[in-house]
Structure formats: C-alpha cells, structure tokens
Design a protein around this ligand. Structure first.
Ligand code: HEC
Length: 146
C-alpha cells in the first residue's frame, strides 16, 4: 500500500477507534465547549439508562460512543489545564464508557448497568473535586484553572 493510502487508512482507523476525528482532538476546548459537553453527558447518561432498560443494545452502543467523544473533550480540556487528577477522572470515565460499549456488544444487562453505575460514580467524584455551585448554576472551581 502506498504511504499516503496507509496514512489515510490509519486516520480512518483512529476515527473508528476513538469516535472522534483527529481535528476535534487537536482543537482547544473552551469553557463553553466544556459546559456543552457536560449537558450532553447528562442527556447521554439518561438515554443509556433508558436504552439498557429497553434492551436497545444498538442504541446503547451508540450512546457509549457519544459519551466517549464528549469525554475526550473533557480530557483534552484538563490536559491543557495541567490538572492530572481531573485528567485521571476523565480517563476513568472513558474506561467505564468502553465497558458500556462492550456490554452492549454482548447484550449483557448486568455488565451494562454496572458500567453505567461506575461511570456515574466517576461523574460524581470529579464534581466533588472540581465543580462548585454558584447563584446561577455550576462552574469549574476557579482554583483548578490556570
Ligand atoms: C473530569 C471531571 C468531570 C467529569 C468526569 C464529569 N464532570 Fe460534569 N462537570 C465538571 C465540572 C468541573 C463542572 C462545572 C463546570 C460546568 O458546569 O461547565 C461540571 C458540570 C456538569 C453539569 C452542569 C452543567 C451546567 O453548568 O449546567 C452537568 C449536568 C454534568 N457536569 C454532568 C456530568 C455527567 C453526567 C458526567 C458523567 C457522565 C460528568 N458530568 C462527568 C467536571 C466533570
């Protein structure tokens, strides 16, 4: 295979593997993008729960891909902020989303439910550490930002 074809195939494999385009991963994630990702994660976690209950395994698989794509932005944000603990939470959340994806493949309700519970636990742990409530909603703890 010529080198350029190989590179194209590799790029396509990356998109399949991570559910995000390399361009998305490289762009800086703003605080607005971050908040949008969080709102999206809230909807996706609810969808996942509904789809597990309904045994819509194809949808559960899609949910887990979307969750990983949002979490990739969260991870990129904290990597740029040089907050290793927050990056670690994002990494753990991505691992839990992968488990949801695997469980959807094997149509394993117990494993899917356990992985979603694990994911929600990571959401909460990160919120306890890095999120604070203000009069008009939530914000990132200012002390965590550069
Ligand atoms: C790596 C840390 C981290 C992880 C993991 C994380 N969050 Fe968050 N989340 C935050 C921070 C910090 C805020 C406050 C900033 C903001 O609201 O944009 C937040 C805010 C939110 C908000 C409020 C958004 C708003 O401002 O109205 C929701 C909803 C939310 N997260 C849902 C989730 C869900 C669901 C998950 C797991 C699937 C999750 N988060 C995982 C750090 C995290």
């Amino acid at each position: 295979m010529p080198l350029t074809r190989k590179a194209a195939a590799f790029g396509a494999a990356l998109i399949v593997a991570f559910g995000v385009t390399p361009a998305t991963a490289q762009e800086a994630v703003t605080a607005d993008d971050y908040e949008a990702a969080m709102q999206e994660l809230r909807y996706l976690a609810t969808d996942t729960s509904l789809h597990i209950d309904a045994s819509y395994w194809g949808d559960v698989g899609e949910d887990s891909d979307k969750i990983r794509a949002e979490l990739a932005k969260v991870e990129a944000f904290w990597t740029a902020q040089e907050q290793p603990q927050a990056v670690e939470f994002a990494t753990q959340a991505i691992a839990a989303a992968r488990s949801i994806g695997r469980a959807s493949g094997s149509q394993d309700r117990n494993a899917a439910t356990a992985a979603l519970t694990e994911l929600r636990g990571v959401c909460q742990s990160c919120h306890a550490e890095f999120r604070e409530e203000t009069d008009d909603g939530f914000r990132i703890k200012p002390s965590a930002l550069q």
